[in-house]
Design a protein around this ligand. Structure first.
Ligand SMILES: [Cu+2]
Length: 259
């Protein structure tokens, strides 16, 4: 009998631990499946761990252009109705998003859906939107291999699952280099953000929504815990159907850095 009670007490302590850790450490996990845009064939997986305002972001990619800086950002208004939107020719709504009809989704053409830059995922230094085009501080490998811990604002920390990770830079004409895509008249195609940059340098290569991955949830940590990712995905699809128009209006009103 004594042994039975000892075990029960120990079990109770173990079961209570996750709740205590959640309250003290405020550690939450998120993930993002980042899929190709502009038919780049590039994709990535992001894992995010939030500890208070300290956010650790790990991104492992595949198929990105080797040897060119890939600007990577959180896009979206924290708490807003942001979506990746139609990313590839053939996606529903792509022709509407591709405002100039050139068959490519430029950075600016993607903004009505995914919103402005909220965080710049630089390898060092500043992570604000001011560093959106800090080309000397972004990953340059085909696999990205990114991991960094940095501080985020309360607004970002509280609304991570309303944001997206957008990765830029792609060899869209398959020439083996970035920066030689031409317009129909043979002139060099410029970035929608900065005419001094080539279109391919900032073009959208991939996008993925950040969704809650939760903590080490057991059945006893459900109350007040984080929603399963599937719920967020449901919200994403609902948003695609219902909120595309609103997103356009909101993004036009914002008009901040849009890389
Ligand atoms: Cu961006």
């Amino acid at each position: 009998m004594r042994k039975f009670f000892t075990l029960t007490a120990a079990t109770a302590v173990v079961l209570a631990l996750p709740t205590a850790a959640l309250a003290d450490g405020h550690t939450e996990s998120f993930t993002a499946q980042i899929g190709q845009a502009n038919e780049t064939g590039a994709s990535a997986t992001a894992d995010l761990v939030l500890d208070g305002n300290d956010l650790t972001v790990s991104i492992d990619g595949d198929g990105f252009f080797e040897g060119f800086p890939h600007a990577m950002h959180f896009h979206g208004e924290p708490g807003g109705d942001n979506i990746c939107g139609p990313l590839n020719p053939g996606d529903a709504g792509f022709e509407d998003a591709d405002a100039d009809g050139d068959g490519f989704l430029s950075v600016v053409e993607g903004v009505p859906a995914y919103g402005a830059v909220t965080v710049s995922l630089t390898t060092e230094g500043d992570t604000s939107p001011d560093s959106a085009l800090a080309v000397d501080r972004f990953p340059t490998s085909s696999t990205l291999d990114y991991e960094r811990t940095f501080e985020v604002s309360d607004e970002v920390a509280d609304n991570l699952s309303s944001l997206h990770i957008v990765i830029h830079g792609a060899d869209l004409n398959g020439s083996g280099e970035i920066g030689d895509l031409e317009n129909e008249d043979g002139t060099l195609k410029e970035s929608s953000l900065d005419p001094d940059l080539p279109f391919e340098a900032t073009a959208v290569a991939a996008c993925g929504q950040i969704v809650t991955a939760g903590t080490d949830t057991g059945p006893d940590t459900g109350a007040g815990g984080t929603a399963p990712a599937s719920n967020n995905m449901g919200g994403l699809f609902a948003g695609l159907l219902a909120l595309g128009g609103l997103g356009t209006v909101a993004a036009r009103r914002r008009g901040t850095v849009t890389a």
